[in-house]
Write a protein that binds this ligand. Structure first.
Ligand SMILES: *Cc1c(COP(=O)(O)O)cnc(C)c1O
Length: 383
């Protein structure tokens, strides 16, 4: 049988067939109690093996091209289970600079208590990673594109480094989504998602996922079953519904974001645009090599003649909002939200300016998004 295309996988792969009533969608099984005699599998939600959990994991593994997947109660449950499954007291982990804030906090607030040491890189070059490798290093952890500046880490380089030093490689693939980037195909061991973002896509589900080989999933499972971070079956079922449109949603977001990046780059009141699809992006060539689409996230610096808070206040279609990746366009100021607790000096070092805005591009009609931006520029500039 021919290999199914992206949208067919999104809609059908893993689905539970409704033998009893022949309904078109997977039935929802809310049972927390299943038979134990004469059954091949003893099922229990915290064992990650209910019918709906198995359905979504089959779909996620197909989307990332891995043997298996596990679905969790949040993105951070996935991140923490993945890292802690491969790290024990005495081990060392290297992580790239500018990670998702929750991941950074997990490492700096928790790891020391368990005797795990860590190093963050200064930049994203091979040398930056190589200089922090120690004899006890076990894991190399990256996130690309990064938040909020959409910097790109070269995954081929990470895979080579991991092989040379016998490290488990992990990526937070949330910003790209499986539609735009499949790191396992490039040799990355463990692929992590906050399914709260593109996989859910409607800003109403909190979930996380890990996709990896059977051997690695088994090691993560041994920890996860004890930590108890599974996702409720109702939400698993909602997520299966959401992923049916993942392919068309993300492709629409890719297209809108590319157009908007160009619009903003040509705008006289914008100083700089960060979008990996733009030729002006310093990592554009690497992005082209490892991504099939450039995603729906972009950031831009307003000209200093414009007050960024007033600008956000003058938008009406595009809402100021904390999270990202929904079908609706949202915008935020990193220095007022995600990076508010990062000291000014550190923000300067990372290049996160006060007038930087992070834009999560939705799937509204492009003309309407541009009209909203046009009006906000006009109103803010005239004050
Ligand atoms: C949101 C996010 C997370 C954490 O996910 P939660 O579902 O909020 O726990 C991790 N990584 C990235 C890149 C994110 O955007």
């Amino acid at each position: 049988m021919a290999k199914n295309g992206l949208n067919t996988v999104c809609i059908h792969t893993g689905e539970v067939t409704d033998e009893q009533f022949k309904g078109a969608v997977s039935p929802l099984y809310m049972s927390t109690s299943y038979a134990y005699e004469n059954v091949a599998i003893k099922r229990y939600p915290r064992y990650f093996n209910t019918p709906n959990q198995e359905a979504i994991c089959t779909k996620l593994a197909a989307l990332e091209g891995t043997d298996e997947a596990l679905i969790f109660g949040s993105g951070m449950a996935a991140v923490s289970n993945a890292l802690l499954a491969f790290l024990k007291a005495g081990d060392h982990v290297i992580l790239q600079q500018s990670l998702y804030g929750g991941t950074y906090n997990l490492v700096v607030e928790v790891f020391e208590n368990y005797g795990i040491s860590y190093s963050f890189t200064e930049g994203l070059t091979r040398k930056d990673f190589e200089t922090v490798i120690q004899d006890s290093t076990k894991v190399i952890y990256v996130e690309t594109p990064s938040n909020p500046l959409l910097a790109i880490t070269d995954l081929e380089m990470i895979v080579a480094l991991a092989k040379e030093h016998n490290l488990i490689s992990m990526i937070d693939n949330t910003f790209a989504s499986p539609v735009n980037q499949n790191p396992h195909h490039l040799g990355i061991d463990i692929v992590i998602h906050s399914a709260t973002k593109y996989l859910g896509g409607h800003s109403d589900i909190l979930a996380g996922a890990i996709c990896a080989s059977t051997v690695h999933i088994q090691q993560i499972f041994k920890l996860a079953i004890n930590l108890g971070g599974n996702l409720s079956d109702y939400t698993v079922w909602l997520l299966e519904r959401s992923i049916k449109t993942l392919g068309i949603r993300v492709k629409a977001q890719n297209e809108n974001a590319m157009q908007l990046a160009q619009y903003l780059e040509n705008h006289k009141l914008v100083d700089k645009v960060y979008y990996p699809g733009l030729k002006s992006h310093p990592d554009h060539e690497i992005a082209k090599k490892q991504m099939s689409g450039f995603g729906g996230m972009l950031s831009f610096e307003l000209n200093e003649s414009i007050d960024s808070m007033a600008f956000i206040g003058n938008l009406s279609l595009i809402k100021p909002s904390m999270s990202l990746a929904g079908v609706e366009s949202t915008i935020l100021s990193p220095v007022k939200t995600s990076h508010a607790l990062v000291p000014q000096e550190e923000r300067n070092k990372q290049g996160i300016k006060d007038n930087l805005l992070r834009f999560s591009v939705g799937i509204e009609d492009l003309e309407d998004i541009i009209a909203d931006l046009d009006l906000a520029f006009e109103k803010t500039n005239n004050k």
